[in-house]
Design a protein around this ligand. Structure first.
Ligand SMILES: [Zn+2]
Length: 172
């Protein structure tokens, strides 16, 4: 068993260990994520986390207040986004809580728009949930140019499917 955070982060004994979680690569393309090694029941605390305060939004920061961000490239900053996540963050107490039952091997997922006003980088989402928003932004920013083009492309595909289907139906 080892601590996930390097020694200079260890401000209390309750931080996550390698017995509880595995930092792992995800599908080879998403980058890294964090998998649970133990089960966690819905409504229970999964972990506490820590980090270093930053005035800037970085790739692995989480927003604490409109002007303060917690930089944690070791644990919570590595959690994967899902539009139907199994976890949520309490940014006041610096805790991860289970929104649904988490089984060993499951990736811990959070909805990035819940904590972040603006993302370091907006991105296309393929989380597979029926509630998937397809393009992920912070909660206080509209989709950027790439996002608008991406969403318009998805919409055009949908329209094309409807249009190409109906004339054939009418012809018969
Ligand atoms: Zn999604």
């Amino acid at each position: 068993m080892a601590d996930i955070y390097p020694p200079d982060y260890l401000v209390h004994a309750d931080l996550p260990t390698t017995e509880q979680f595995t930092v792992t690569s995800v599908n080879g393309k998403v980058g890294v994520g964090v998998r649970a090694n133990l089960p966690f029941a819905r409504g229970t605390r999964v972990a506490t986390f820590t980090g270093q305060l930053s005035a800037q939004v970085l790739q692995h920061t989480l927003q604490v207040s409109p002007s303060a961000h917690l930089h944690d490239p070791w644990f919570v900053g590595l959690l994967t986004h899902s539009c139907a996540p199994n976890c949520m963050l309490d940014m006041q107490r610096l805790e991860v809580w289970a929104l649904s039952d988490v089984q060993p091997g499951d990736l811990l997922t959070i909805d990035y728009a819940v904590t972040e006003d603006m993302l370091h980088r907006q991105f296309a989402c393929g989380c597979g949930s029926s509630a998937c928003r397809k393009w992920i932004t912070g909660r206080r920013e509209p989709p950027n140019e790439m996002g608008r083009a991406y969403l318009a492309g998805l919409e055009a595909k949908k329209v094309k499917r409807i249009v190409t289907r109906s004339p054939r139906k009418l012809a018969r």
